[in-house]
Every structure is written in C-alpha cells, then in structure tokens.
Design a protein around this ligand. Sequence first.
Ligand SMILES: CC(C)(COP(=O)(O)OP(=O)(O)OC[C@H]1O[C@@H](n2cnc3c(N)ncnc32)[C@H](O)[C@@H]1OP(=O)(O)O)[C@@H](O)C(=O)NCCC(=O)NCCS
Length: 372
Amino acid sequence: MRGESKAIYFFNIKCYADVSITAKTNKYFIHSVLRVVIIYNNYSKKILGINKNMISAEIKGYGSYLPERIVTNFELQETLDTNDDWIVERTGIKQRHIAAKGELTSDLGAKAASAALAKAGLKPEDIDLLILATTTPDDTMPSTATKIQHKIGMKKGAAFDINAACAGFVYALTIANNFIRSGSAKRVLVVGAETYSRIIDWNDRSTAILFGDGAAAFVLEGMENSEKGILFSKLYSDGEYHSILNTTGGVSSTGNAGFLTMHGKEVFRHAVAKMSDAVLEGLAATGLANADIDWVIPHQANVRILQAVGKKLNIGDDRLISTVVNHANTSAASIPLAFSVAYDNGKLKSGQLLAIPALGAGLTWGACIIRL
Ligand SMILES: CC(C)(COP(=O)(O)OP(=O)(O)OC[C@H]1O[C@@H](n2cnc3c(N)ncnc32)[C@H](O)[C@@H]1OP(=O)(O)O)[C@@H](O)C(=O)NCCC(=O)NCCS
C-alpha cells in the first residue's frame, strides 16, 4: 500500500467512526456525512494532491529538426531497381532526410528538444522529465535520453528511452501524461528521434524507399482546471506479430543492430485497422464524434495508409495532416514532425481537437485525443 493510500484508508476509518457516533440523531447525521465528504475532498485535493482528473497535460511547445541532406527518389533509383513513379504511387513519398556521417540520434533529438523549449519559452531547468522515443539509440547504453539531457544542458530531473518503434511517440505521450496527472512531474519534454538510415539495408528496395531520419519534440505541462491537453490516451501491443516488422539482429541475439525487414502488405492491413479502431475508441471514451475532430495526425508511414485510416474514420484529406511526401517514415519522430510542420503552416490552432493514432513494430499501437 502506498503512503497516500494508507493515509486515505485510516482517514476513512476515522470518518466512518465519526458518522456512526453522530448518526444517533438524524439532525447531526446529515451534517456529519456532508462534513465528511467535504473534508475528504479537500484532504485528497490539497493535502495528498491526488485529484488527478483536475490536471491536464497541455502542449506548451513543439520543435523539430531534420538533417541537412535530402535524398530524392531519383537519387535512389540510381542504385536500386526502383523508380520515382512506383514509389510515389505506392507510398506518396518523394524524398527523405538522411543524417550525416557522425550525426547521431541524440544530435537530432537535442536540436528538436531545444527548439521545443524555446517555443514554450522555457529553460532546461524547468523540465522534470525527458522521455525519448527511439528505435535507433546512439549506443546500447547509456540511454540516448540521458545524452540528449546533457546536450541541452538539463541538469535536473530524469531521462529515459522507450522503444515502441513507430508507435513510440504515442507511447511516450501516454507515459508523460500519466506522470503529469499523477503529480510526479509538472513539465515533461517528450522527444521522438530516429536515424533509421542506420538500420536500413540500402540494397533492399522494399524497405529502403520508405524511411528517413529526423526528430521532433513536445513540451507538456500539467495545468489545473483546463479543458485543453490530452483528453484520452490508450496503448496496445501484440507480440504475436513481432516478426512481420523487425530487425535481423540485436544486442542479445546477433550482437549487432541488424537490418529492418517487413511483410509490407500485412503491416499495411494492421496499420489501417488498428489506428482507426484506436481513434474510434478514443472518441467513444470522450463522448466526442468524428465530426468534432479538426485534424487527424497519424503516424506518417505511407500516404495510402493515412488515406485508408481517414476513410475508415470518415475524415477527408482536408482534415488529415500528411507530411510523408517530404520526410518519408521517420518512425517515432513522424507525428511531432508532422505536427510541427502543420502548426508552422498555420493549419493547427489553439482549441482544435486532434486525433493522433500510431502503429509500429511489436506490434505496438494506440492513440491520443488532444485539445490544443
Ligand atoms: C511496402 C509497400 C509500399 C509495398 O506496396 P505493395 O502494393 O504492397 O507492393 P508489393 O509488396 O505487393 O509488391 C508489388 C511488386 O512491386 C515490387 N516492388 C517492391 N518494392 C519496389 C520498389 N521499391 N520499386 C519497384 N518495385 C517494387 C515487388 O517486388 C512486387 O513485384 P512482383 O509483383 O513482381 O513480385 C506497402 O506494402 C506498404 O506501404 N506497406 C506498409 C509499410 C509500412 O508503412 N511499414 C511501416 C509501418 S510502421
């Protein structure tokens, strides 16, 4: 039993005794019950700080970073048996950014994190927790999050990595939301940063065309009595499907990172069904309708997946944020990257309702419903 639960337990016993004693006269009984309720509410709110429903995790800043080098489909067709027409028709992708030699996931992530802090008007010392979603860490250890923490000059709080592949940002947002709502953290820097170019087999045309490098970040802050912020978040995974999207190696299995392999059609099918179901679940849980959604910002895997999700949700292209054409699939960075571009373009505005679904290797998936 945690300390605060223990306190509530003993407090309840005391309240129960109070009620029994004063219940001898009806007049005092009602008075006592009301008194108990009021005291209990104040006690839990003010002393224990556990009135979780009153704290909402709002997006206070966002930022992104893309490596300088752009690789177009035309450049890929010089070395691969593929062509621009095929790639655009099947995926909607025209180009991707690729990290320079020696440019690491932590470099990308630190730049995105600093940009998000600047946008929020905050300093590294204002942050309690840094969560990095990545599948492509700099090293096996320490965590890349701690390297980003150091690179941005954050000397306090805690930092850790999470790996949920392309669903990583929705996982990280959900974790951050729970830290904030429980009162364990006031401000959380949530970063998605990837260098998939390091786990791509550049001779495999079925995967090499799909991915890119990049990073983006949100600053979340806990606000009381707010109608904005993360209204809903839910995570899922099913390891039965781990081999439809995985790498050919890893630390414990082969001793090296391996290359990404994928059963494209199967992943496609799961992505459409699971991302749209997760949003529908979020709408049902929040009592909202798909007409209330201003924008769907799905994980940016493939424009055909995005459109199929939109179709299942009855949301047209005019309410779907898609940046995959310029960035390809940047895995855990793709959602905050698309968000950053859309906000900078003036599409996203305060008060709007966003649905953010994602699916990645694992399989892992989930969705957040957010009021901006
Ligand atoms: C990968 C993907 C674009 C392939 O599209 P598809 O319509 O399923 O194509 P197929 O795999 O059936 O391949 C069709 C043909 O194109 C060929 N092909 C595959 N990649 C090609 C390429 N880059 N260029 C040209 N031809 C290609 C295949 O070899 C196949 O040829 P065949 O008919 O002679 O055997 C698609 O399945 C997809 O986007 N899947 C989801 C991938 C994804 O987003 N993963 C990450 C999720 S987090």
